[in-house]
Design a protein around this ligand. Structure first.
Ligand code: I3P
Length: 126
């Protein structure tokens, strides 16, 4: 059966842990700070939850507002220049937010890349 995100009532397309670093906010460069994040792809956006051993419970906590990214018009591309790590791709939003996502495990990061790219390609461009 489909997993339904309680807040959004939309089908969760994919979720799991990745390393995340936000490197720009509204076009303004940020100091890179990698952290483990529970990532939820659903309803044309990505939600980032703080690392938790029980993400499902953390997500249900009343009033908890995850950071999120609107994938409408977003760009996704692999990068070897923005990090010394392997398996890094960048998501750039229309609003000028830039995120790096990374996993050491090849199939995990590949699955995520294709899931997010497919989501972006299905959305209107703006
Ligand atoms: C950064 C930290 C990051 C590293 C980044 C460093 O230092 O080591 O992990 O990114 O490299 O600047 P600090 O903790 O002092 O901010 P990668 O792991 O992605 O290489 P960068 O400056 O080349 O982006």
């Amino acid at each position: 059966t489909d997993i339904i995100s309680p807040k959004e009532q939309t089908v969760v397309e994919k979720e799991g842990y990745l390393q995340k670093a936000k490197i720009a906010d509204g076009g303004k460069k940020l100091r890179k700070n990698w952290s483990t994040s529970w990532i939820v792809l659903a309803g044309g956006k990505i939600e980032f939850y703080k690392e938790s051993k029980q993400p499902a419970l953390a997500n249900l906590k009343a009033g908890y507002k995850p950071e999120w990214v609107d994938l409408c018009g977003a760009n996704i591309e692999w990068t070897t220049e923005k990090s010394s790590r392997k398996n890094v791709f960048q998501i750039t939003t229309i609003s000028g937010n830039e995120f790096l996502l990374q996993s050491d495990i090849d199939f995990i990061i590949l699955d995520w890349f294709h899931a997010i790219k497919n989501a972006i390609d299905r959305l209107p461009k703006e």
